[in-house]
Design a protein around this ligand. Structure first.
Ligand SMILES: Cc1cc2nc3c(=O)[nH]c(=O)nc-3n(C[C@H](O)[C@H](O)[C@H](O)COP(=O)(O)O)c2cc1C
Length: 465
């Protein structure tokens, strides 16, 4: 049995022939266009669960589907699957865009399969199935349902599910299948096992984690707050703006004598027009003065704003030439120096305050590893003088932001890339952003835990050849 139940903060106040008035947490909402006999259809909601499809011939009819759609998308009802005292699953909409899906009746040898976009995970003490493409959040009340979910990794008919899912009765299998179909967690397949997810180009080309991350990091789709909520303020001390010095020795970098704003640079318009990616490098070493000027102009620390100890929402933020979400500057720069005049080859951490390189590793295989990976991902003709590896100190952002922390990191990488491109162009250097770096190399070389700090981008810098 699949029921509609009013959400706990919702009351059905009034009804006419074709409209219903709800109260949701003190807000009045009148719904029109529910069709004739709206009152009659939905009167069951006043007193408790209302069975979907209780009217003869009404099961999952298009009209009923429209009604369910209107009520779920406005977050007025939840869907329940099972009998009273034996609820199997519940589901709520997480977005106004949520869509209930009409599936055919599970008989007649039709095949069904779990959507490739669903995610099953623990949330608090509930087991949930998220259906990010249709914007529903399902809670698994009876763990027996998971046997059926497991079987649905492969295309299954309702009959084969009944035979193989020993923990659920026939009716429960049918209801669960219909329910998961309604919220888009299960899709219907053709005889060859292919569903629309294998056939529609727009779905075939989307990966599960990309769809999930998009829906989780945009307001209106996440079903949760997506904002700077400072939810860990008072619980954890925010990470300082600057990392503790890495390595025992630091190489001071030359500072430019003029550069920023002294008239020796090309105009912004010219730099924008000349900017391009370069993948061919000369054998000449990059002078330390040029690497120093490049890092100074893109990424040095211009100042820090200290934390206000009396304000629990305060954190230390900084000021640098490129922008960063919340002034947080979670992104760290690790220059891999292959061929620089005046700087021994090695993996370094850039100290934006002291404008110096802190030695992390001098191991040849580390340098070779980063340079080789960069060259491969650019299909470059030759090796760059320097690879700038960008990492994120994830907790810097996640202390403040909920839902959008990692999305913000990737945006921060984008603006740093552009700043690097423009400065390199102005300096006559060869720049190229990279998208597919190796996080293991970095983790091995630095000893940093991937959940704490890991690579999020790479940038080749050199002399064109
Ligand atoms: C986020 C991002 C990732 C990139 N990843 C790579 C890459 O992995 N390999 C590569 O050769 N170029 C990469 N590029 C450079 C683009 O291929 C390049 O910007 C694009 O082809 C336009 O050419 P242009 O930069 O010369 O104008 C990347 C650029 C950006 C912004």
């Amino acid at each position: 049995m699949i029921d509609l139940v009013l959400r706990s903060d919702v009351a059905l106040l009034d009804s006419t022939e074709d409209s219903l008035v709800f109260d949701k947490s003190g807000w009045r909402m009148r719904l029109r266009g529910l069709g004739e006999r709206a009152e009659e259809r939905l009167s069951g909601l006043r007193t408790g669960p209302m069975e979907l499809g209780a009217e003869p011939g009404e099961a999952f009819s298009r009209r009923m589907l429209t009604v369910v759609q209107m009520l779920t998308a406005r977050d007025l009802v939840e869907l329940r699957c099972g009998e009273a005292g034996n609820i199997l699953l519940t589901a709520v909409s997480v977005s106004e865009l949520s869509q209930v899906t009409r599936m055919t009746e599970p008989g007649g040898g039709k095949l069904f399969r779990l959507s490739k976009f669903v995610c099953t995970r623990r949330s608090g003490s509930a087991l949930i199935i998220e259906s990010p493409r249709k914007y529903f959040r399902v809670e698994v009340v009876d763990p027996g349902v998971l046997v059926l979910v497991g079987l649905l990794a492969r295309p299954q008919s309702a009959e084969s599910l009944v035979q193989n899912c020993a923990v659920l009765e026939r009716e429960a299998v049918h209801d669960t299948l219909a329910f998961l179909g309604l919220v888009g967690a299960v899709v219907e397949c053709r005889e060859d096992g292919k569903s629309e997810e294998d056939l529609l180009p727009v779905l075939v080309q989307r990966e599960f984690h990309d769809v999930l991350m998009h829906s989780k990091s945009r307001q209106g789709l996440a079903g949760e707050v997506v904002a700077g909520t400072f939810r860990f303020a008072g619980e954890f001390v925010p990470l300082p703006a600057l990392k503790e010095p890495m390595g025992a020795s630091a190489v001071p970098l030359p500072r430019p004598t003029g550069a920023a704003g002294d008239g020796s640079s090309m105009s912004l318009a010219e730099a924008m027009e000349k900017r391009r990616s370069v993948r061919s490098f000369s054998t000449r070493p990059l002078p330390a003065a040029q690497l120093g000027e490049f890092l100074f102009r893109t990424a040095r620390l211009r100042g820090t704003h200290p934390m206000n100890k009396d304000d629990p929402l305060s954190y230390e933020f900084s000021d640098r030439p490129y922008p960063s979400g919340g002034g947080i500057y979670d992104v760290e720069i690790y220059p891999v120096v292959r061929n620089c005049e005046g700087i021994p080859s090695g993996l370094y951490h850039y100290d934006p305050e002291g404008h110096a390189l802190e030695l992390v590793s001098r191991a040849e295989e580390v340098v070779r590893g980063f340079v080789h990976t960069a060259r491969i991902s650019a299909v470059a003709e030759s090796e760059p003088q320097v690879v700038l590896v960008l990492s994120s100190r994830f907790s810097r952002l996640s202390w403040k932001y909920q839902g959008l922390a990692y999305a913000t990191t990737l945006k921060n990488v984008g603006v740093l890339y552009e700043a690097m491109y423009l400065v390199a162009t102005d300096m006559g250097l060869a720049p190229c952003a990279l998208g597919g770096g190796d996080a293991v190399l970095f983790s091995r070389a630095t000893g940093l835990d991937v959940t704490e700090e890991s690579t999020v981008g790479e940038f080749m810098l050199g002399i064109e050849g």
